[in-house]
Design a protein around this ligand. Structure first.
Ligand SMILES: [Zn+2]
Length: 334
């Protein structure tokens, strides 16, 4: 990107440097590796709204990690599983009208509020809360909510499936999963996106597309899309426990792998069985998937594999090691 530099008095090339910066989050000093746009010739710093926002999100996430606080996305998920609007959820909790809205948009929540939200994540606890507290909902709203709680409680198969997946994936947001607890629904939506977009999608290429999407989204927003951890394997970065994930997706009739032979070579093609689900991925997330798809549209599995071998995160890790999202800032794609 070129821009005008006051110091040099002319239009110059820019580059992005990493710089240790301190932020004040709720009275606490948080240090983060900030990405700063500078003049390539004299080093003068330029303002970049996109980079500043990402740095701020990192600082806030680091604060949340230190204090074991739920992430905005997780708060939204708790509310949505009960089919409540931000207003009615706040009312149910006896909080101010805008409180939930602020938390979902990134404000740091009060510790006591966080504990109540964590407690209410379990449907059983929501039932207890509804029956043992005087809540500011009318009978009709209360009945509707209890019906949803019942449905969630009865959905044992769903819960058993989740418990199974939870054994293999980290639930605590950290730098290794891009500050998002593993999200199976988002992961499936990403796979379906690429499988439907491509005429023939091979498993090896899919793994790289997923990796670049998560990394680039993290670089720009301070959070990953799927919460998957990526491991360093000989053919490039691969989602951790990828075979378990694909097996679960096949059992759920979402997508499966078909093996065929081409000139003596074994090829593993991804076959989608479902349409791309609506409302699982945000517009921002979809925009990144689209960019990644276009960037690598003409790349074969081998090309993209070679390409990914040159990333710093891959070069600086050994076989089997997790490639932290901290390396995302070194990826220069688009
Ligand atoms: Zn300059």
């Amino acid at each position: 990107m070129r821009t005008y530099c006051e110091e040099c008095g002319k239009e110059v090339e820019t580059r992005i440097i990493t710089k240790r910066e301190s932020y004040d989050v709720c009275g606490e000093t948080i240090e983060v590796d900030a990405q700063v746009l500078v003049c390539a010739e004299c080093g003068e710093e330029f303002y970049s709204e996109e980079l500043d926002n990402a740095t701020l999100v990192w600082a806030y996430n680091e604060y949340r990690r230190r204090h074991k606080l739920l992430l905005p996305e997780e708060i939204k998920k708790i509310r949505e599983q009960y089919g409540l609007s931000q207003r009615s959820f706040a009312k149910l909790l006896n909080w101010g009208d805008k409180t939930i809205c602020r938390y979902e948009n990134g404000s740091i929540q009060d510790k006591a509020h966080n504990s109540l939200l964590l407690f209410l994540r379990e449907p059983e606890n929501m039932r207890t809360y509804l029956t043992e507290n005087e809540v500011a909902l009318n009978e009709r709203q209360k009945g509707k909510l209890l019906a949803i709680v019942e449905k969630l409680e009865q959905n044992e198969e769903y819960r058993a499936g989740r418990r199974f997946l939870n054994l293999f994936f980290t639930k605590v947001p950290c730098e290794e999963n891009g500050y998002r607890a593993f999200d199976y629904d988002k992961f499936c939506a990403m796979v379906l996106f690429f499988a439907h977009r491509s005429t023939e999608l091979l498993k090896t290429k899919l793994m790289k597309l997923l990796n670049y999407s998560d990394m680039i989204f993290y670089k720009e927003n301070g959070i990953s899309i799927s919460g998957v951890r990526y491991a360093h394997l000989p053919y490039g970065p691969v989602p951790e426990n990828f075979d378990i994930l694909l097996g679960t997706m096949a059992a759920d009739h979402i997508a499966y792998i078909e093996v065929f032979y081409d000139n003596g070579y074994e090829k593993h093609q991804v076959i989608p069985e479902e349409e791309m689900p609506e409302g699982i991925l945000s517009e921002n997330e979809l925009a990144v998937l689209e960019r990644i798809y276009n960037k690598f549209a003409s790349f074969g599995s081998v090309d993209i594999s070679n390409y990914s071998h040159n990333e710093k995160g891959y070069m600086e890790t050994k076989k089997g090691e997790i490639i932290s999202y901290a390396y995302a800032k070194d990826i220069e794609l688009i």
